[in-house]
Design a protein around this ligand. Sequence first.
Ligand code: NDP
Ligand code: 2IT
Length: 443
Amino acid sequence: MSYVESVLADLIAKNPAQPEFHQAATEVLNTLKPVIDQNPQFEKAGLLERIVEPERQIMFRVPWVDDNGKVQVNRGFRVQFNSAIGPYKGGLRFHPSVNLGIIKFLGFEQIFKNSLTGLPIGGGKGGSDFDPKGKSDREVMAFCQSFMTELYKYVGQDTDVPAGDIGVGGREVGYLYGQYKRITGLYEGVLTGKGLTFGGSLARTEATGYGLVYLVNAMLKAAGKTMQGATVAISGSGNVAIYACQKAQQSGAKVVTMSDSNGWIYDENGIDLAAVKEIKEVKRGRIKEYLEYHPQAKYTEGKGVWTAKCDIALPCATQNELNEEDAKTLVANGCYAVGEGANMPSTLEAIEVFQNAKILFAPAKAANAGGVATSALEMSQNSMRLSWTFDEVDAKLKGIMENIYANIAQAAKEYGMENNFVAGANIAGFLKVANAMMAQGIV
Ligand code: NDP
Ligand code: 2IT
């Protein structure tokens, strides 16, 4: 058994019932084989065994009182995965599906993503099985205050800096920040994605979606293609999906689909993003309500968004939302590029279909790194106690995404896997962290 295979076998045996973590680790470690072969010192230093084991995992009770006066109890998590290159950094996810395995897969991915940004941030992730959907603002506030009353012990501007993810947006970050400040008395950049009146960065809201399109545009350009005139399918209708749609439209594409966990819309005239923003950002409603604005559009209940014919697919909802069948359908319909806005949206089998079909495929840890990169820019602004303009932050974001594309393309080429951006992203992200860990001794 090779070093990589034995580490993976141990990981699976030691962490039962964490299939998403197994999946993320399998994808990363398998592509690292050539690097591991060339660097025998990594095995001697137990580097892979250390990198797959979080430095610290925190789980806690989150009690709160609902609007009927009843006590509810949720479970809170923060996995501080790797601090070799900077303070732990990564979002908080509030969704009923959250468990330790989900947070570990996200935290593991975050290590390499954060490394790719070129900025000094380690990897972490957290969240809760709390479901903000259908809750009143007061209930969300009560939950966030209780969550932070435990979490504050472990976070801080130089230790661990959480942010948003699924179910955690500006509202939640605001309540969490208020409680942190109240308990600690510190006015510091302990969270990113804050409101603009209390230390938030311009362009952080747009960053993940915009960054996704900047990276896909760089990938298309290198292949002699462009988004101008392309038909784009997007899944999800949350933060990432909305701003991916906006930037794709600004890049001259026609976006024809968006979705939520209930179903998906198809608008052959191109998505009216102002309508989607009103439904999702203002009313917190369902994507089905799009028909009230555009009765000619088509709504389909349930899955199926990848059956829409498109040139470019941007999955921006959640993990494993695009499986082998979906990938085959996309390829059969002529799709030539995929950019992952969500974390691990494509199954391992789907990625194989894309790679066999020689489709341009930008993996999540490169393609959605614009969000956390801009979070790191928010941290810099907080430390300097000043703020940059929208255009300044947006220009830095674009530069970072173009740089990520260049680095992953270069790493893939260097290891004999030209245009395999999955391998390129894993290798480039891994090497910086691995070298930092080697230099810091056995810790
Ligand atoms: P939001 O909560 O704003 O939106 C999530 C969207 O995905 C909603 O449309 C939601 O539908 C849909 N969705 C969530 N879970 C499921 C599910 N199980 N099945 C089907 N649809 C689902 O989250 P974000 O836009 O912030 O996050 C989307 C993805 O992007 C996630 O994978 C996240 O980890 C990733 N990401 C986010 C970043 C950020 O800065 N926010 C940065 C990098 C990656 P519904 O409302 O019905 O639940
Ligand atoms: O998955 C991610 O990169 C995020 N949810 C954003 C994390 C951050 O710290 O901005």
